[in-house]
Design a protein around this ligand. Structure first.
Ligand code: GRG
Length: 296
């Protein structure tokens, strides 16, 4: 199957699953509207695809991983909702529509973001079939992988570095640290989660850890390149911004062409890691290739 078709199909499966399960009659209606607005019907759901594709390499059916992949997408959506807040990136648009705080107000931007984070974990923990399939040991390992990726040494720490280094002469190492912590660890985590469910051995986990980090760095570099080539327009995530901030990026140091080359070399390294594994991870390789060639 064509990889774009695979990713799109997963996004539809995920949206249907989220649509059906994100119903909490006792929760405030507006909160639920905002929460659903933040995660259903938008985004590439690439982290979900990474989790499903890894699981598939171990013979796990996609249907059996939907609550884990759905939870991961909710957690990812939380990070976007908070990233868009005026105190952070101050983005009015996201995924071709108003960002959540623009549509529902600032307080709801914070609270629905918080809710997506908490409910993201509850999404798979409350799926009894999933919990039975993975057993408690695997469940704790999955929780640790996700929490580590979001930690002060992961996403939240990376976001702080990103803010602190804005407008400075950050060097390549500092920028690669931001990319690794802010973005790559939460690209790596869904892959490791899929591998844990599939009972991957230590060597495979090590290889996937390396592949995930390299692919995640490619993801952020591509995001920065796209920011230059597609900076605005109603569909663009930065549309509506009145002050252009000077983010610390590789593009800022090396320019577009050199940065593209760095990304391609990281992709080749990621590909080489997969090539030396005994198991076939062809879908993962294809998704990584999609990541560096995508147009949005
Ligand atoms: C983790 C406690 C804790 C706090 C979060 C707000 C924040 C702190 C971090 C922001 C992290 C962030 C938004 C990183 C950028 C990653 C990135 C390039 C996201 C874009 O992802 P896509 O392209 O988006 O997959 P779609 O819309 O397709 O889902």
């Amino acid at each position: 199957m064509d990889i774009i078709q695979y990713i799109n199909e997963n996004a539809i499966l995920l949206d249907n699953h989220l649509e059906q399960r994100l119903i909490f009659p006792e929760a405030p209606t507006r909160l639920m509207e905002a929460l659903r607005y933040g995660v259903i019907g938008g985004g590439k759901k690439i982290r979900a695809s990474l989790c499903l594709a890894t699981g598939e390499a171990y013979g796990i059916k996609r249907e059996d991983l939907l609550s884990l992949a759905g939870g991961i997408e909710m957690i990812h959506s939380f990070s976007l909702v908070h990233d868009d807040l005026p105190e952070m990136d101050n983005d009015d648009y996201r995924r071709g529509k108003y960002s959540l705080h623009k549509a529902f107000g600032g307080a709801m931007g914070i609270l629905a973001g918080d809710a997506l984070l908490v409910e993201g974990f509850r999404f798979f923990l409350s799926d009894s079939q999933f919990c039975k399939m993975v057993n408690n040991t695997k469940l704790i390992r999955i929780l640790k992988v996700l929490l580590d990726a979001l930690s002060v040494e992961g996403m939240v720490g990376g976001q702080v570095l990103d803010i602190d280094l804005e407008g400075t002469d950050a060097d390549e190492d500092q920028i690669m640290d931001i990319y690794r912590m802010k973005t790559a660890r939460f690209i790596q985590a869904p892959i490791l989660c899929g591998a844990i469910v599939g009972s991957a051995n230590k060597k495979e986990l090590n290889d996937l850890e390396r592949f995930g980090l390299l692919t995640g760095q490619c993801f952020q570099i591509k995001d920065d390149l796209l920011d230059v080539t597609q900076p605005s327009g109603v569909l663009g995530k930065t549309a509506g911004k009145d002050i252009e901030q000077k983010k610390a990026t590789l593009v800022g140091i090396y320019g577009m062409n050199e940065t593209q080359k760095i990304m391609e070399s990281l992709f080749r390294e990621a590909e080489a890691v997969l090539n030396q594994t005994s198991r076939s991870f062809s879908l993962l390789r294809e998704i990584a290739h999609f990541i560096i060639t995508r147009h949005h």
